[in-house]
Design a protein. Structure first.
Length: 163
């Protein structure tokens, strides 16, 4: 597991580290919440930035029905405060729940190896299997690069291949 983003995201086959994020209602989201289901964590730099807006909108349009039918849960993760994330989600009209890594800032992002030295998450995708083990991970070459929805399907294929 990486301590910072310099080596890329957490490697497939790694047990998800202990972490704590906040849901929009202020309750905690931890590794225990990943058990017994397939989960996609979408790390993104900033709510309301152009590429992040495009990314979450694309994933909502392309994936929401597909993922729901298969019992897969997707979460957006950023270092924005939960109130900003809620406003972002509502403004976009997306259903993808948001998780805040605001305080202590970036602690979970660091644990997943996706924290940018500039103080925000790298744009990354992490697919976690029902056993809380990383099945697949991807980090965009630059925070301005939008990972296409096809990468989500690659990640979900990795869960099936590992099962």
């Amino acid at each position: 597991m990486n301590a910072d983003a310099s080596g890329g995201p957490i490697a497939p086959g790694s047990l998800v580290p202990e972490f704590t994020l906040q849901r929009d209602d202020g309750t905690k989201f931890t590794r225990a919440d990943l058990k017994d289901k397939t989960t996609i964590l979408v790390f993104y730099p900033f709510a309301f930035s152009p590429v992040c807006t495009d990314q979450l909108g694309l994933y909502e349009d392309v994936l929401s029905d597909y993922l729901e039918q298969r019992g897969v849960t997707m979460y957006g993760v950023s270092c924005d405060a939960r109130w900003s994330q809620t406003a972002f989600r509502e403004k976009l009209g997306v259903t993808i729940p948001q998780l805040s890594d605001f305080e202590p800032k970036g602690a979970a992002c660091r644990a997943f190896g996706v924290y940018h030295p500039g103080g925000f998450p790298q744009r990354a995708l992490v697919v976690v299997g029902p056993d809380a083990v990383v099945a697949w991970s991807y980090q965009a070459p630059a925070p301005t690069d939008l990972p296409g929805a096809n990468l989500i399907f690659d990640g979900l294929d990795a869960v099936g291949a590992r099962a």
